[in-house]
Design a protein around this ligand. Structure first.
Ligand SMILES: Cc1ncc(COP(=O)(O)O)c(C=O)c1O
Length: 439
């Protein structure tokens, strides 16, 4: 037990103390890594500082949520001003309405919006609305798709996809959810045929980022749209990561394929907790409190103590205004494109087999033999995940922070000089890994 007379000063000490509090010392398992996670003391622009006195260029960027970088001045100002008027009222407020209206303005399929406090909640409500709307139970999802810790979708996240993803799921839940490899339309059609008339929804992330950065092709997403139309299923795009990141209208606007429901989160909250469900007005009708729907047809979709909270809304509105006023996409996407290209060239020069995935402002090199990594299954089976984690852990020593094994994200405040430094550090680290026979 820690002696309160002696302050805890290092990440190692804090982690040791955390083991008595949180299972494994963390509240989100992906934040754990060996030998111990780093404790962050503060963050500003493109950088974070740990309690051990180290400065890092941050490429993890708050689970990819902070596209503008940390503590963006307009956002800090908006949140500070809102705090003076109260943190949350548990009641409707104008700033949250403004954020909702911005979602409607930006996201083409968003006729109605419901706020909640996380992306996990948003996907939970999306599935429920789709089931209620269609009066069907089965859901199709992509192998390797991550939609938060929601019970309904805790299926086929990690290979092997036919094994249970977690203990503690009641019988029946997983039997209703079927997974397909992304970019394999035949597999989707097979499932739709096998469960003809029983599929309520298809849910898919346009870019599977927890799955290593695989992108669904436009053609595949278009096929999903057509199949859903032909068979009366609800198409759900999980845009928790891609929402507002790839264009103001999100991925759907970029490719011109509109889903029936969209789940949003991360960027929308400007760095504070958020989730939102948006989509066709008709689907939200049974969620209205002001119409006479028989109780059995009502749907609880949205809610939570902290939904529509004005702090998140103030941060979100300020962030979306920056998107509107400044060349955020042009900046972040061109820098990430540079990183992807130069990383690929560097690995080739160093004779290390690799494939660099990611689009828009995101990037992740995989240590892999040549070959397409066009599904999450391919990433899981063909790449060396241990080498990737070792690469990221060693980069920490050079001042570059990635959550080991996870996507890199270029923010609006990441500088070219920082990218130069990162590419140099990669050269050194990959050389070391090569020398140690790790890649
Ligand atoms: C695509 C996707 N959907 C849903 C979620 C869950 O969102 P949250 O972590 O806010 O619950 C995430 C989180 O990483 C995600 O990447």
């Amino acid at each position: 037990m820690h002696d309160p007379q002696h302050p805890l000063t290092t990440s190692e000490q804090l982690h040791a103390a955390a083991l008595d509090v949180f299972p494994g010392g963390v509240s989100h398992n992906i934040r754990y890594f060996e030998p111990h996670p780093i404790y962050i003391a503060r963050a500003s622009d493109s950088r974070i500082w740990d309690v051990d006195g180290n400065e890092y260029v941050d490429f993890w960027m708050n689970h990819m949520a902070s596209v503008l970088g940390h503590a963006y001045p307009d956002v800090v100002e908006a949140v500070t001003e809102q705090a003076r008027d109260g943190l949350h009222y548990g009641a409707p407020n104008e700033v949250a309405l403004e954020l909702g209206r911005l979602v409607r303005t930006f996201v083409p399929s968003a006729e109605r919006v419901r706020f909640c406090a996380s992306g996990t909640e948003a996907t939970m409500y999306a599935v429920r609305l789709a089931r209620a709307h269609t009066d069907r139970d089965r859901i199709l999802k992509a192998e390797g798709g991550w939609h938060g810790g929601n019970t309904d979708l805790s299926v086929a996240i990690h290979a092997p996809y036919d094994q249970p993803e977690t203990a503690g799921l009641p019988p029946g839940v997983t039997e209703q959810v079927h997974a397909f490899p992304v970019n394999d339309p035949d597999a989707v059609v097979d499932l739709l045929e096998r469960y003809r008339g029983e599929v309520a929804a298809i849910i898919v992330e346009p870019m599977l980022l927890a799955g290593g950065g695989v992108t669904a092709t436009d053609e595949f997403l278009r096929t999903l749209r057509e199949e859903c139309d032909a068979r009366g299923c609800v198409l759900i795009f999980d845009e928790v990561v891609t929402g507002f990141r790839v264009s103001p209208g999100s991925y759907q606007a970029r490719i011109g394929v509109l889903p029936d429901l969209t789940t949003l989160g991360k960027f929308l909250g400007g760095g504070l907790p958020v989730g939102a469900l948006a989509g066709r007005a008709e689907l939200f009708e049974p969620a209205r409190p002001d119409i006479d729907v028989p109780p059995v047809e009502r749907v609880i979709a949205g809610g939570g103590t902290f939904s529509m909270n004005p702090m998140t809304a103030a941060a979100g509105v300020a962030s979306l205004r920056v998107l509107d006023d400044e060349p955020v996409f042009a900046y972040t996407e061109s820098r990430a494109e540079r990183v992807r290209t130069e990383l690929a060239a560097l690995f080739e020069e160093l004779n290390v087999d690799s494939v660099v995935l990611g689009e828009s402002s995101l990037f992740l090199p995989h240590f892999a033999p040549e070959g397409p990594l066009d599904s999450v299954g391919a990433v899981e089976t063909k790449t060396d995940r241990d080498a990737l984690r070792a690469y990221h852990v060693r980069l920490l020593e050079h001042g570059y922070y990635f959550l080991p094994g996870h996507m890199g994200s270029v923010s609006y405040q990441t500088t070219d000089a920082q990218l130069d430094g990162f590419l140099d550090a990669t050269r050194t680290v990959v050389g070391q890994l090569r020398g140690a026979g790790r890649v």
